[in-house]
Design a protein around this ligand. Sequence first.
Ligand SMILES: [Zn+2]
Length: 295
Amino acid sequence: MLKKLTFFAALSTAMFADVSVTTTIFPLYDVVKNIGGDKVKLTNLVPFGVEAHEFEPKAKDIANLSKSDFFIISSPVFEPWSKKVISSLKIQDKTIDMSQKVKLLDMKHDEHEAHGHEHKGSYDPHYWLSIDNYISVAKEVATLLSSKDAENAKVYEANLEAYLAKLQALKTDYEVLKSCKNKKVIVNHDAFEYLAHEYGITQYSISGMTPETKPSPKQIAKLIDITKNEKINTVFFEEFASDKVAKSIAKEANVKTDALRPVENITVAESKKGIGYIDIMKDNLVKLRGAMDCE
Ligand SMILES: [Zn+2]
């Protein structure tokens, strides 16, 4: 009986959801999930458990996409494949580029030089790591859902209020970073500049703007020097990319390693537990406090 009920509950959500939304990456998926709840049929393109930068959609993803009421992308820089897909499906009208709704930071100078002709845009695409930007995204999503489904506008508004209260509390927790004595971090890739910018942290990265770029021996030697000279106690790796270089830098400098998460994705197991942006940001805060000698 219970099985039957669950089946019908699942069926009714899928069949009678009022709005269908496709997102590209986890931070967008999570915000729509929180605000849309069971009123929204939500699909995320990047599967759980994979590294998000390298993703490209398959034919099946594109076929499903044409059925969605809205397609929310994080940016044409993070999703360089999106432009072609949007124009071939002619879904410009229902596509929302969230990067246009937030405050963007310019890409760091050495990134321009490192990538040379390859660089795809002049701004840093990791804007969801600014809690203020994430708040803007949440508000935008609520407006969007209400525009399509006015009948449930009150539901979306209430969900937004509840979610904003949690994000504000998270922001208050993060204020502690202003008290840290050694505001320098070594991370796997340059995902944390928005956070660094807000709290006056200097970010050094192993692989630049994308997680899998391999640093040269010269760059690695420089990072070992920085770790020693700046008295950095932790070299951060991230879970969906190799931790090899981080571990060798840490070994050479005689410090520890730990994971710091760019909130670009979660694992399949985490998705089953309902782990969200706020949970990961809280974990990150614990790690950062330990690494930067905070109160
Ligand atoms: Zn990234």
